[in-house]
Design a protein around this ligand. Structure first.
Ligand code: SF4
Ligand code: SF4
Length: 177
């Protein structure tokens, strides 16, 4: 873990931790809302082409690697997918949270909290948007992340995402119940 984050400044390391915390919160909330569908799904939307983004992206590699995931968990044909679901707790490509299948969209439409859930599913992507000019964080090279990124600005963006989550979380959880 230490060696992966070693090239970063102390501020950069804190930002990685805050991003991991945000993703954890979004993942856990998504699991509460979608878990019952995904666990019994026979036609999973996961695709190793999405999984492979987490290997190509320097930011995502730092995110899952410093969390304790290891490349040995990655399968050449299945990506991060195992019989129990995605093995990555953090460092998933943001699209993995953004995609909402028809079955889930229909179900939550009926329960009337679709707008709130769509907002939550976009938060990981939102946090990294325009991290350098109009480039998303997950597309940046090591040199761009280590030398050019404004971590203070990125931290504020992640903070905004946490605030949105704080406002929506309780209401969404009560809908799920
Ligand atoms: S999001 Fe929909 S398609 Fe994807 S695994 Fe869950 S239930 Fe299946
Ligand atoms: S959720 Fe996990 S297994 Fe599914 S596409 Fe994303 S990284 Fe791959």
């Amino acid at each position: 873990m230490g060696s992966l984050l070693a090239p970063l400044s102390q501020e950069g390391i804190k930002v990685v931790f805050e991003y991991q915390h945000l993703e954890q919160r979004v993942r856990q909330l998504t699991l509460k809302i979608c878990g019952s569908f995904c666990r019994s799904c026979h036609d999973r939307c996961c695709n190793k082409d999405y999984c492979s983004e987490s290997l190509e992206s320097y930011w995502l590699r730092m995110t899952w690697g410093s969390w304790g995931h290891h490349i040995s968990e990655y399968d050449i044909s299945e990506g991060w997918l195992s019989p129990g679901g995605c093995q990555l707790e953090v460092g998933r490509p943001p699209v993995c949270y953004e995609f909402l299948c028809r079955k889930i969209l229909t179900e939550i439409q009926e329960k009337n909290y679709l707008a709130g859930f769509k907002g939550i599913s976009n938060l990981v992507s939102f946090a990294g948007r325009n991290a350098l000019g109009n480039r998303h964080l997950i597309t940046l090279s090591p040199e761009q992340i280590l030398k050019r990124i404004n971590f203070e600005r990125l931290r504020r963006k992640i903070g905004q995402a946490h605030s949105i989550l704080n406002r929506c979380e309780a209401a969404l959880v009560s809908f799920c119940g």
